[in-house]
Every structure is written in C-alpha cells, then in structure tokens.
Design a protein around this ligand. Structure first.
Ligand SMILES: Nc1ncnc2c1ncn2[C@@H]1O[C@H](COP(=O)(O)OP(=O)(O)OP(=O)(O)O)[C@@H](O)[C@H]1O
Ligand SMILES: [Mg+2]
Length: 282
C-alpha cells in the first residue's frame, strides 16, 4: 500500500500541492487529471522524490519515503520508475544502451558502469525492447526514432529497474493518436501482467476513462475528485476543470486524443454514457 498523508508543496508563497491525502493499493492503475498548473507534475515528482514535500508524509508499506536519504533514497528511485512527456533519453546513444541505463541504480559505483553491462542485463534489455515491439531499433541512436518509439524505449528503460511502481507524467502528450494508443496499451499491459502500480498524469479525459480504474482530479493543488471513471459526471468534471470563460458549457472533445480502444471491464458502464462537457480554456 502506498500512502500520501497531508502532503503539501509550496514554491515561495504558491501552493502547488495543497494538503493531499490518499492511498493507492498495490496494482492499481490511476490517472491524475486537472488543468494546467493544478499540481499534477509536482505530485508525481514528490512521489519519487524528484521534489520534496514541504509538509506531510509519503509511505510505501512500512517505509517512509518522504524521509529517505542516501542509499535508501536511491533504492526508492529505482523501485519507483518514471517516464516523461519528453522521453528523457540520451539521443546520441543507441537504443540498447539507453535501455541499459535503467540498470544504473542497481549498481553500487559509477566505475562499475565502465565495465559495461553483463550478458544477463543485455538479454534483459533486448527482451524489454521485444516486449514493446521495437527490438529492431536496438542499435540506432535513440534520437533518430519517432516520438512513439522513443517513449517505448523510455518504458523499456523503466522496466529494467524492476520497478514496484511506474509513474508517467503526460506520457502521450507529444504523440499522435496511434502512438498514444500504443504507449497507453503498453502501460496497461505492464499494470495488468506484472501487477505494477501505475500512476499517470493525463491531459485527456477520454484516455483517463478508457485506461484507468481510478481517476484523481486536481484543482489548485487539491484533490477535488477521487473515484472510478463511472463517477466522473459532468458536474465532477466542472469541479475539476471549472467552466468556460463565461460559464459556458465545455466540449469534452477538446481534450480528446481520439484513442478508441476496448475499455477495461470495470469502465464499460461509464463509456456507454458520454456526457458533452466544456473544457475550453485549458
Ligand atoms: N520549480 C518550481 N518553481 C516554482 N513554481 C513551480 C515549480 N514547479 C511548479 N511550480 C508551480 O506549481 C504549480 C503546479 O505546477 P505543476 O507543474 O505541478 O502543474 P501541472 O498540473 O503539472 O500543470 P501542466 O498540466 O501544465 O503540466 C504551478 O503554479 C507552477 O507554476
Ligand atoms: Mg505537468
């Protein structure tokens, strides 16, 4: 069980995340939604300690993540892999090496990297690339791949960490609909087959609805919605995103990536009753 308790993050006088408390049971796939500046990235960054809470505690099982230092912190960052909108690969290194970089946190000293990776690690890296359907790119410089391929490399690199939790900050925001679907399908597959907890920030409602069993809606740093997609009513969406400039209704299609795919079993009731909403001004 993963637990945030009264977590707040300030930047100067600004409250980026404001007194957030929730639990995530192991193996859940959670989507975090909210308008720009709502605090989604800050929340994710605190989970893997790229940012520190100003107040509050974060626990994973018995471990207090929020107070880890040194080796304990490095171990947590290994257990809690993260992928980003902009992939964060090393563009001039080949794909295989980029994936192998996911093993760095398993090594005690930088010098061990210079001895290159073991045969087992290389086999593991190729297997990760095969799983994501991009093994044929293994020897290409990562920067020459398409965005969708690069994000799959980033997922393969994350898998090399053997993570307990996978965080994704707008993983499909830079991708076209087809690649967005491939990447979201890969995250769901990892969640369902390995039982790895996935927490992903998403800027499109339809993607969150289709892929996530639980949606957390943020507004001005606070959690204003937390529930399954079927409970994300028009009113709940207005609470999260607000209304248009003059109180007008919002067209939900504005936030659509047009991913059309089979939804999770537990989301079927929701997908049958789409409600037109307004999300202007996001
Ligand atoms: N390093 C920082 N220094 C100062 N303010 C910051 C910093 N990081 C975030 N903020 C502020 O905290 C608030 C939340 O930002 P955050 O990036 O978490 O939002 P977000 O929901 O991820 O937005 P977006 O959808 O645009 O990515 C914003 O007001 C932002 O300006
Ligand atoms: Mg963000």
């Amino acid at each position: 069980m993963f637990r945030l308790k009264n977590v707040t993050r300030r930047f100067g006088a600004r409250l980026a995340v404001d007194d957030v408390t929730f639990d995530i049971p192991e193996g859940q796939m959670v989507g975090v939604i909210g308008r720009s500046g709502a605090g989604k990235s800050t929340l994710l960054r605190m989970i893997n300690r790229l940012a520190d809470p100003s107040e509050g505690t974060i626990h994973f099982g018995d471990v207090e993540v929020s107070s880890l230092r040194g080796a304990g912190l490095r171990n947590w960052q290994r257990d809690c892999a993260m992928i980003f909108q902009q992939f964060n690969l090393v563009p001039r290194l080949d794909v295989l090496t980029n994936v192998l970089l996911g093993r760095l946190n398993h090594r005690s000293t930088v010098s061990s990297i210079l001895n290159l990776f073991t045969r087992e690690e290389r086999i593991m890296a190729i297997a990760a690339l095969e799983r994501l359907g991009i093994e044929q790119t293994a020897l290409q410089p990562a920067g020459t791949l398409s965005g969708g391929q690069q994000q799959r490399v980033a997922i393969a690199r994350a898998l090399m960490q053997n993570p307990k939790m996978l965080l994704a900050d707008e993983p499909i925001a830079s991708l076209d609909p087809l690649n967005a679907k491939i990447v979201m399908d890969a995250l769901r597959d990892i969640n369902e087959r390995e039982g790895i907890t996935v927490v992903t920030n998403l800027h499109t409602l339809d993607t969150a609805r289709a892929y996530c069993e639980r949606i957390i809606g943020m507004s001005a740093g606070r959690v204003v919605f937390d529930g399954p997609p079927r409970e994300l009513t028009a009113e709940a969406v207005r609470t999260i995103y607000g209304t248009g400039a003059n109180g007008s209704e919002i067209d939900e299609s504005v936030t659509s990536t047009a991913i059309r795919n089979p939804v999770r079993q537990d989301n079927i009731r929701e997908s049958a009753s789409p409600t037109p909403l307004v999300l202007a001004g996001l």
